[in-house]
Ligand binder design. Sequence first.
Ligand code: NAD
Length: 255
Amino acid sequence: MGTFDGLTAVVTGGASGIGLATATLLAARGARVACLDLFPGVPGDLGASGAPGVPEPLLGVRADVTDDASVRAAVAEAADRLGGIDILVNNAGIGAQGGIEDNDDDEWRRVFDVNVFGMVRVARAALPYLRASRAAAIVNTCSIAATAGLPQRVLYSSTKGAVLSMTRAMAADLVAEGVRVNCVNPGTADTPWVSRLLEAAPDPEEERRALSARQPMGRLVSADEVAEAVAYLASPLSGSTTGTDLAVDGGMHGL
Ligand code: NAD
């Protein structure tokens, strides 16, 4: 018996990193899971099951979280193919670097459109299905950036601050309807996103060592460790927990 036997889950940003690790873990524990993602570089129909980069039994469903029509169609398709939605992992996100003077209005709108409004759109589309579930849970991927005051991350941190506030306020609104809402706050996690950042450095391996050395535990957080935290908050095992945030950050939060 798996923790998620008989349950269904939608994971946004499910084709990479934390999203893919979470989708894989939920499926291994018995959930039927749809990964909503852009599937960049994959032209045309994703096929009846799976999708390039999303191994079976995971379903791939193309969605752009910045486009409301795309989100509504993808959530409806996922619910149809899975037979409802019990769990929403609102995880799709993009990064941004720089101080307060470094990003123009268009960049602020672009990053908020993915990281904040994207989660709003997907939650709105999924709520009718979640309300019909006996084990409804939303888990948003936030970040330690929401509260840590990281240098050169003003825009990104602001989006994650909004995600944290949204999580708490949604939890208050939805608790009486049986829909729990929580978030995870990863520290620097070893995902394709961070690999891309490291590859842009003159010496990627040296940069990786330096970045690891700056972490309290001397290493990056793994996507699988974040996935375990998401799985806990998504599961009936955390049935009395709502409106909280769980740090998975190698101790950064506590220092
Ligand atoms: P990643 O780049 O490996 O994966 C993100 C996925 O989101 C990609 O598959 C991408 O295609 C998808 N995506 C981006 N824009 C989208 C859109 N408009 N519509 C649909 N899908 C879209 O990144 P990751 O490191 O796994 O990050 C996942 C989440 O974790 C993000 O919300 C990020 O802010 C958060 N996070 C990451 C770290 C880290 O260090 N990696 C730390 C804290 C929080």
